[in-house]
Each structure stands twice: as structure tokens, then as C-alpha cells.
Design a binder for this molecule. Structure first.
Ligand code: G3I
Length: 362
């Protein structure tokens, strides 16, 4: 489609989002048929870009703030809350009849400088309680699911040392997942309805890290700790992608505990050169296969209720910055919003599921 035509279509789609959402086969159309959420992480600063907005409205029924609801954005200074960036994500979603996943209420990394380990445990406990209570209450009824706690296990399946666990922690240092449990309990107090997720990476297939997460979820469910789901991030950055059969088995065993599984942050990084150009065009085909396999597992497994990528256009991805511009091209649309083979891989994975499974969602 010529660029000018695409822009006219994009402008029309922004003006008439409902029309865009139904006018042609799309990920959203197929996901709706499958009873599946299909999402993308977003930055509200880009909503004013017509093709950014129209592609989102046409292709996705769920969005998640990449950074706009993190601690640095929502509580940049102690006790000073700023919900404006996150509210823009919710407003966009409501205008396009989308759901919003919240991300995240507690993480040991990328916190604002004022959250320092010089604070006492009792101060940190009060700070953590107030943050979770205020942010979850502000978005109650507008965010349907939260990543309550993000990335607390390391590659050896041990609890990471962190401000919240034991440096100095909130008075539960050395007591394993007790501080994680406390975060979930405070989140449930603040929002009686939202689905509460634990979210992590490199734990998609069966292995020591996913075993540790499984054991935590099993313990939490046994003791009535409020947890409703596990987010499998699915960042394919280096090395072999997760084995689809192993991912399927992990989703199935988690679902048997009574929690949902969301694929929360998928991208498949490729080696890039100047200007973010993918160095080996054949790699785009391999990338499409990886996306098709994982999207197929999620579409077929009743325990998987959402499939989300971390961004949707290669124009705005964290990967180049994180890899000093050696990798990129990880998403479904290129920098000009043209669908890539990876997009076709996901769409084909959805289309081939003729009998959608009955998905378990609270
Ligand atoms: O917006 C500021 C800008 O004003 C400033 O000039 C610039 C330089 O300091 O920083 C900009 O903020 C950056 C932000 O991304 C927006 O681009 C932060 O420094 C940077 O730390 C932040 O990185 C994000 C990272 O999480 C840490 O929060 C990435 O965008 C985001 O993609 C990444 O996402 C994480 C998930 O939350 C959890 N799972 C892993 C995933 C990838 O790392």
C-alpha cells in the first residue's frame, strides 16, 4: 500500500477506531475469535503518531505501559504520585475498547534514586505498602490485571538480593517469598477484582527457574495468597528460543494450580547493522517460525489467556539500546509499520486453531 494511502487509512482509523478494529483480518479479529487477548507494550508519547495509534487499534485488544506505570513514573519522589502518563494509556485503551495490563507494582531494578538502601526496613515497608495501595487503587476498575511483582528469581532459581528482599528489605529478609506474598496481599486489599500476576523471564519452559516459580505459586495457592496468574516474558535475545513443547507443559502445569498464563513481553532479537537494518534477511524467516510456534502454543492451550509483544514496531524497541545497537528488529511490524514475516507467523498460528479451547479466566 502506498505510504500516502496508508497514512489516509491510518488517519481514518484513528477517527473511527471501531471501524478499524473490524474492517480487515487482523491479530485482533483472530484473537477475538479465539477468546484470547493479544497485546503490545506501549509508550503514550507515541499515541499522537497516526500510524502508531491506528496499528494498535486495528491489531490489538490489549495494551500495557512499557514504562508509564513503573515506580519511576508513578512515584518519582516519596509520597508524590503522578498518574498522568499511565492515565494516557488507560484513556487510549478505553477509546479503542482494549483491556489494560498494569506493569509493575514492585521490581528490584530501575527504581527512582530516592528509593535507597539507606532507608530502614520499617520505612521501606511503609513505602511499599503505600505505593501498592495508592497505585492499585488509582487504577482499580481500569486495569484488569497487574504484574504485581517482577523478576525476583535469578538464573539459578535463587531469590535475587534486592532492596525489597534483603537490602535491607521490609523486615522479611531471609524469609524466602514472604515479601512477595506481602505485595500480593496489599495489591488485593487495594483492588478486589484485578488479576494479580507474577512476571519473569527465562522461565518460559520447564527448568530450575520455572520450577521455583511453580513451587511459589503452588505454595501461595495452598495458603490462600491472592495470585491469579504468571507472566512468561518470552524475550528471545540470544541462544536458542524456548522449546514450544516445554513451554506448553509449563503452561499446563501452572494452569492445573488454578492460575492463568500470559505471554507478556515477546520479542525475538536479530543481529542488526547501521540504521537498525537486519543483517541476514533469512533470519526474518527463522524469527517468524519462533513467533508462530509460541503463538500457536498460547492459542491452543486453554491455560494461556494472553499473547503480548514488548512493543509492536521495530521503530520503538528497547533491544537496540540494551544491546548497544548490535541487535534489533525483534517485533511484528517494521519501522514503517509494515507487517513482517513474524506478523504473518502469529496470524497464521491464530488462524489454524479452528476450535478455540475454553479458556479459564476468573
Ligand atoms: O524517558 C527517559 C528520558 O527522558 C531520558 O533522557 C533517558 C536517558 O536517561 O531515559 C529515559 O527513560 C528510559 C526509559 O526506558 C524510556 O526509554 C530509562 O532510562 C530506561 O531505563 C527505560 O528502560 C526500560 C527498562 O525496562 C527499565 O525500566 C525499557 O524501556 C523497557 O523496555 C524495559 O522493559 C523491561 C520490563 O519492564 C520488564 N521485563 C524486561 C523488559 C526489558 O528490559
Amino acid at each position: 500500500m502506498k505510504k500516502i494511502t496508508r497514512k489516509l487509512v491510518a488517519l481514518a482509523a484513528v477517527a473511527f477506531p471501531l471501524l478499524a478494529a473490524n474492517q480487515e483480518p487482523s491479530l485482533r479479529h483472530e484473537a477475538n475469535r479465539l477468546g484470547l487477548l493479544v497485546g503490545a507494550a506501549v509508550e503514550p508519547a507515541h499515541f499522537s503518531e497516526p500510524e502508531y495509534a491506528s496499528t494498535l487499534g486495528r491489531e490489538f485488544n490489549m495494551i500495557e505501559p512499557e514504562n508509564a506505570m513503573k515506580w519511576t513514573a508513578t512515584e518519582p519522589a516519596r509520597g508524590r504520585f503522578d498518574f498522568a502518563p499511565g492515565d494516557k494509556v488507560v484513556e487510549f485503551a478505553e477509546a479503542h475498547r482494549m483491556k489494560v495490563r498494569g506493569h509493575n507494582l514492585l521490581w528490584g531494578s530501575y527504581n527512582p534514586a530516592w528509593l535507597s538502601s539507606r532507608l530502614t526496613s520499617s520505612a521501606l515497608r511503609e513505602i511499599m505498602h503505600q505505593h501498592i495501595a495508592r497505585v492499585a487503587a488509582h487504577y482499580a476498575g481500569r486495569v484488569f490485571a497487574w504484574d504485581v511483582v517482577n523478576e525476583t528469581f535469578d538464573a539459578q532459581a535463587r531469590l535475587r538480593h534486592s532492596l525489597w528482599y534483603d537490602q535491607p528489605g521490609i523486615g522479611l529478609a531471609g524469609q524466602g517469598t514472604a515479601y512477595i506474598e506481602q505485595a500480593f496481599r496489599w495489591a488485593r486489599e487495594a483492588d478486589r477484582k484485578a488479576l494479580l500476576f507474577y512476571n519473569d523471564y527465562d522461565a518460559e519452559g520447564l527448568g530450575p527457574k520455572s520450577d521455583a516459580i511453580y513451587a511459589m505459586v503452588k505454595d501461595f495457592k495452598r495458603r490462600g495468597v491472592p495470585i491469579d496468574g504468571v507472566g512468561l516474558q518470552m524475550h528471545v535475545l540470544k541462544g536458542a528460543p524456548p522449546d514450544p513443547t516445554s513451554v506448553d507443559a509449563n503452561i499446563t502445569r501452572l494452569a492445573r494450580l488454578g492460575v492463568e498464563v500470559h505471554i507478556t513481553e515477546m520479542d525475538v532479537a536479530l543481529p542488526t547493522g547501521a540504521g537498525g537494518r537486519v543483517l541476514d534477511p533469512a533470519a526474518l524467516g527463522r524469527q517468524a517460525e519462533i513467533y508462530r510456534n509460541i503463538a500457536g502454543v498460547c492459542a491452543r492451550n486453554p491455560g494461556c489467556t494472553a499473547f503480548q509483544t514488548w512493543g509492536f514496531t521495530d521503530k520503538y524497541s528497547w533491544i537496540p539500546y540494551f544491546t548497544h545497537f548490535k541487535m534489533g528488529g525483534g517485533l511484528l511490524f517494521d519501522a514503517d509499520y509494515r507487517p513482517k514475516p513474524s506478523y504473518d507467523g502469529v496470524l497464521k498460528a491464530f488462524e489454524t486453531v479452528k476450535q478455540p479451547p475454553a479458556r479459564q479466566s476468573r
